[in-house]
Design a protein around this ligand. Structure first.
Ligand code: GLA
Length: 392
């Protein structure tokens, strides 16, 4: 962190010929279990990871925002003072689309009635992009913190998360649930959290002793993910409607069994609903495992989650299935599954701490032998703290 912060301050000073005044960070997240449940008002079990977006900034006296990223060329400039009701224009060139996340946050706060101040801002991120570890949520949540701090406004983490989600839904145009932003905004160091996506209540619990969380990136980036993700959402909404509930959260396994008998749902919708209903149950059971310190049972639930995501929800892919299968065959692995939206990105495995070094090496070698053309990355991570200010 110290080196990254020093480099970022140097980038800020070189770009804006002044020193930054404040700093903030927001982490990515890994979801241990509870996938495609958030937009069904269900349960998730995420933790923040030790990779984040770091920002340094200085308020300006006008309403101009200038942003530079250590990972992107050029400076993006836009005005947040234009008359109310007007929309901040999105980037036209694909190379400037990353700044839409920042503009989206500004737009949402303006729509909320905040008279935004301008600022100069430099950012750097080490959450891999498009890999299911919530790089965009980290960017949005860090940005919300910076914009609000410049106004002297303090909001609860859950409120920051919903505003950041709105920026992604309504400005960027991705129809995500609340999982990523709430994890980034509210995570607790050293703990995973049971997230109730209906009430936004978070209940933290530490990982069982003697196990590590290992993230392995397939190197396959999610193609066409938005359309497939939105299709799954629509299918879940249609399922809830057919079952006469507002969200699938309110459906029991028995209710699904009755629907199957009555032929209320077509075969594909039934499979989607079965995953969501079972996954909500598994996620609550997984939290009980955390409380009981039962890593073996937790691992089994992760395995079941992957099987359903592959066979019933159909959001896995060959690379993820290969990664999970290799992980499961290695000594010390208690459970493994895809994490995030799917269609590529990362797997998460629960591994006995004593076996972790050999596990990461053999997983990388095994996967690399099947997909030599894809860059594999394996990270062992501890549960990190949620977003907040950083001392400059
Ligand atoms: C993406 C979305 C989340 C959630 C997951 C799947 O990460 O941004 O809201 O739906 O997929 O669990």
């Amino acid at each position: 962190m110290t080196d990254r912060l020093a480099d970022l301050k140097a980038l800020f000073t070189a770009t804006f010929q002044a020193a930054p005044r404040h700093a903030v960070r927001a982490p990515g997240r890994v979801n241990l279990i509870g996938e495609h449940t958030d937009y069904n008002d269900g349960f998730c079990l995420p933790m923040a990871i030790e990779r984040d977006v770091l920002m340094v900034y200085a308020p300006r006296t006008d309403t101009t925002i200038r942003v530079v990223s250590a990972q992107q060329p050029g400076v993006e400039t836009f005005d947040v003072g234009t008359s109310s009701g007007a929309t901040i224009p999105k980037g036209v060139a694909p190379a400037s689309r990353w700044a839409d996340y920042i503009k989206g946050c500004a737009q949402v706060l303006r729509d909320e009635g905040h008279a935004l101040r301008g600022m100069d801002l430099a950012l750097t991120g080490n959450v891999p992009l498009g890999s299911g570890l919530s790089s965009s949520a980290a960017l949005e949540v860090a940005c919300m913190h910076a914009l609000l701090q410049a106004l002297g406004t303090v909001l609860p983490g859950a409120r920051i998360a919903t505003l950041a989600q709105r920026a992604e839904n309504s400005y960027v145009g991705t129809n995500c649930g609340i999982l990523d932003q709430l994890s980034s905004a509210c995570a607790v160091a050293g703990q995973a959290m049971l997230m109730d996506c209906r009430t936004l209540a978070l209940t933290p619990a530490p990982l069982p002793g003697g196990v590590a969380v290992v993230i392995s990136d397939t190197g396959r980036r999610r193609g066409l993910v938005d359309s497939a993700y939105n299709e799954r959402r629509r299918q879940c909404e249609a399922g809830a409607k057919a079952l006469r509930v507002s969200h699938l959260r309110d459906v029991s396994l028995h209710g699904l069994w009755q629907a199957r008998q009555a032929g209320t749902l077509d075969a594909a919708s039934l499979r989607r609903c079965e995953h969501v209903v079972a996954e909500n149950g598994r996620t609550q059971a997984a939290f009980a495992c955390l409380r009981a310190g039962d890593a073996v049972a937790l691992g089994q639930l992760m395995d079941q989650s992957h099987a359903d995501l592959r066979d019933k929800f159909e959001v896995s892919c060959r690379e993820l299935d290969t990664m999970v299968a290799i992980a499961r065959g290695l000594p010390g692995c208690l459970g493994s599954r895809m994490t995030g939206a799917g269609f590529g990105g990362c797997a998460v495995s629960l591994v006995q701490s004593s076996a972790t070094a050999a596990f990461t090496e053999r997983l990388a070698a095994g996967y690399g032998a099947v997909y030599p053309e894809l860059p594999i990355a394996v990270y062992v991570t501890q549960p990190a703290a949620g977003a907040g200010p950083v001392a400059l």
